[in-house]
Design a protein around this ligand. Structure first.
Ligand code: CAA
Length: 240
């Protein structure tokens, strides 16, 4: 039986590449999305991967979604917490709402979904949880106190969860992508982005597939001994 994989933010950007890579690896993938129904429909039409709409920042919606997957397909065995948003601006201009949105969506989601999936993984004595952090959670970034705090929180969350999951063969790892060619990164002002790319030793933005490759490694059945780690995939921009 194909293992059941849930990828949040899985119909666009890095998440879409992760969903497709997992599908190619023989997983039964469900790709969550938050709002962009047109993109989700197009993704499903192209890949045949089921898209499921719910707000990853909402605890009740996450529990309900995981229950529905369990009823229809079986417990989620592979969880990729990828969904994330930015609300970039300096702290002087950042509103409380911009802070809350980023913390709830990027970090709260990891709690909501890991908790919803944990019991099922425990009963199977198998689980693979991959949380997508960021270079900006490792190094900080001007204009991102909210995003850097959420992503940095993901790295601590992952290590603590790895300790709790170990006895049940549930691994928890993080990937810290650098700047990857997605809509989110293309929203950075061009002059700022140019300077960022100039500081990447590989001399280019990452591709979404560069990150998906890391997810495949961490979610393999054979990756049982890899837990609590952070895999940096950033073209050499930051060595942590
Ligand atoms: N270091 C020092 N100063 C900086 C700076 C930096 N890195 N970036 C901007 N500044 C300065 C500017 O020079 C300007 O200074 P002056 O006022 O003296 O001219 C000031 O900060 C900008 O002030 P503003 O009031 O105009 O700032 P703003 O509220 O408009 O915010 C910004 C600007 C949002 C920070 C913008 O510079 C920006 O978007 N920066 C990039 C942020 C970024 O890298 N985001 C990553 C998004 S992708 C992602 O997050 C994915 C991932 O995981 C990697």
């Amino acid at each position: 039986m194909a293992r059941i994989a849930l990828v949040t933010g899985g119909t666009r950007g890095i998440g879409a590449s992760i969903s497709v890579a997992l599908q190619k690896a023989g997983r039964h993938v469900i790709a969550n999305y938050g709002a962009n129904a047109a993109a989700a429909e197009a993704f499903t039409a192209e890949t045949g991967i089921e898209a499921m709409c719910f707000d990853v920042g909402d605890f009740a919606q996450c529990s309900k979604a995981v229950e529905s997957i369990a009823t229809r397909h079986g417990p989620v065995e592979i969880l990729v917490n990828n969904a994330g948003v930015t609300r970039d601006t300096t702290i002087a201009k950042m509103t409380r709402d911009m802070w809350d949105t980023v913390i709830d969506t990027n970090l709260g989601s990891c709690f909501n979904l890991s908790k919803a999936c944990f019991e099922g993984m425990k009963s199977l004595k198998f689980g693979r949880i991959v949380n997508i952090g960021s270079i900006n959670g490792q190094a900080g970034q001007y204009g991102q106190v909210n995003y850097a705090a959420a992503k940095s929180g993901i790295h601590g969350f992952t290590k603590a969860l790895a300790l709790e999951g170990a006895r049940y063969s549930i691994t928890a790892n993080a990937i810290a992508p650098g700047y990857v060619d997605t809509e989110m990164v293309r929203a950075v002002p061009p002059d700022v982005l140019e300077k960022i790319i100039a500081r990447i030793p590989r001399g280019r933005l990452g591709a979404a597939e560069d990150i998906a490759r890391g997810v495949l490694f961490l979610t393999a059945d054979e990756a049982d001994f890899v837990t609590g780690s952070t895999l940096s995939i950033n073209g050499g921009q930051h060595m942590y």
